[in-house]
Ligand binder design. Structure first.
Ligand code: NAD
Length: 427
């Protein structure tokens, strides 16, 4: 099939590359000419394991990129909207980018002969596809939904870092379509992927995505709260959760306590669901607590650090890990961000190391020290905070000897070293 993918970020580029790998002809659309050039050269605009190989294999053959909606839409049968859906100042979903992309898409559909299908892959709150996107397309194109164009919502569940693998081997595919014709066309794209498709309406598909992320975030905040109680009791929360996770009703996943969740999805999606619930007159107390626990959690590392070092003013503190999780350069909502802010507010000098995310963090904290190895960041430090679960941090031990005081506050339960002053966040 001929597919266009709007937005060449994490989701859009992975979707485009994987559809190309599945044998479809793909056109990527982005407003950023730099990203368009990169894709046309076979270079991914973001890092994802396996993505570069796919783009190199398909660029110039069955994948190309453009900034021109009219060209992309005229030459494809179906368009996926994969643009960002950030939070607004109140934490509610900001649909501005989705609306702008829908308008451009609608206008291009209006200039094209024949039927076109519009699919929302961006994470959007329930009712958005039918009450926001479809009416914008209808107005901008002058065409009728269900007659001249089809529409649907196809949420994305990939994990950053493992996105290509997850796209090709999903646990679930959800297609929420406005009618059978749209459903058949969207579902046909996934024919070569071994996975049962959940067929539903757009609102249910939108809700499935939010419930998925909110439930996982709830598991993490729950585990962090239990971890904080365990810490006060001197009980190892990892032993507790290992046993609890053996209950098949619970599962062992997402029970690791630590510095909390970040990334472009969990914090914003839980907040967006809270905002939607409130708009409907419901107070989602549990979801509010999930966010509150997550905001306090990384700052507890600062309390633990200060309880050992005293005042942080003038002290050199090493922060290991800047990405919101391992195997990505993405720092959005990384728990390292509030931690560095707190360290700077307290007058500490921050040295940092991350195998991939330093350049992105420079945009937020240009003034801290960025080192090209853990050892350099640790040199002369009065304390170290471990923020991201990078594999290379697991083996650190003798490296801590270069610190002024080998004090390590571990936010990810990954340092195994006898010769240091070790403080676990919840254990
Ligand atoms: P992103 O910010 O990385 O990428 C968005 C892209 O859209 C950018 O390249 C930007 O230049 C482009 N863009 C902006 N306005 C545009 C327009 N009018 N026309 C064309 N392109 C435009 O975002 P992302 O992380 O890929 O997320 C996209 C959506 O997918 C969001 O709704 C997000 O919640 C959801 N999602 C993300 C993940 C993830 O792990 N990142 C997982 C599942 C779902």
């Amino acid at each position: 099939m001929k597919v266009s993918v709007i937005g060449s970020g994490y989701v859009g580029t992975v979707t485009a590359a994987c559809f190309a790998e599945l044998g479809h002809n793909v056109v990527c659309i982005d407003i950023d000419p730099g990203k368009v050039d990169m894709i046309n050269r076979g270079q991914p605009p973001i890092y994802e394991e396996g993505l570069e190989e796919l783009l190199k294999k398909h660029a110039g053959k069955n994948i190309r990129a453009t900034t021109d909606y009219d060209d992309a839409v005229a030459n494809t049968d179906i368009s996926f909207i994969c643009v960002g859906t950030p939070s607004d100042d109140n934490g509610n979903i900001d649909l501005g980018i989705v609306k702008a992309a829908s308008k451009s898409l609608g206008s291009a559909i209006g200039k094209k002969d024949g039927y076109h299908v519009v699919v929302v892959k961006s994470t959007v709150v329930p009712e958005t596809t039918e009450k926001v996107v479809v009416p914008i397309i209808e107005q901008a194109s002058g065409r009728k939904p269900g007659v001249d164009f089809g529409a649907g919502m196809n949420p994305e569940f990939l994990r950053e870092g493992k996105a290509v693998h997850d796209f090709m081997h999903p646990d679930k595919i959800v297609v929420g379509a406005i009618d059978q014709r749209s459903d058949d066309i969207i579902s046909a794209l996934y024919a070569n992927i071994k996975c049962q498709i959940t067929h539903t309406d757009p609102g249910t598909a939108e809700m499935i995505k939010y419930v998925n992320n909110s439930f996982l975030a709830t598991k993490i905040s729950f585990s962090n709260e239990i971890g904080n109680i365990c810490k006060k009791l001197g009980i190892d929360t990892y032993k507790v959760m290992e046993a609890v996770g053996k209950d098949s009703r619970i599962s062992p996943n997402f029970l690791n306590s630590g510095a909390g969740f970040g990334g472009s999805c969990f914090p914003k999606d839980v907040k967006a669901l809270i905002g939607k619930a409130k708009e409907l007159g419901y107070e989602p107390g549990l979801l509010e607590s999930v966010i509150n626990v997550n905001e306090v959690q990384p700052l507890m590392m600062i309390d633990l650090l200060e309880s050992r070092t005293g005042e942080l003013e003038g002290k050199r503190i090493a922060v290991l890990g800047l990405a919101f999780k391992n195997d990505t350069d993405d720092i959005r909502e990384s728990r390292a961000i509030p931690v560095i802010r707190a360290l700077l507010d307290k007058g500490a000098k921050v040295s940092s190391y991350d195998p991939m995310a330093a350049d992105n963090m420079k945009a937020i904290y240009p003034g801290i020290e960025y080192c090209d190895s853990a050892v350099k960041a640790l040199e002369g430090a009065n304390g170290c905070l471990v923020m991201t679960e990078w594999d290379e941090f697991k083996g650190l031990c003798s490296e801590f000897k270069v610190m002024h005081r080998p004090l390590v506050v571990d936010g990810r339960n990954m340092i195994r070293c006898e010769d240091i002053e070790y403080v676990g966040l919840c254990w």
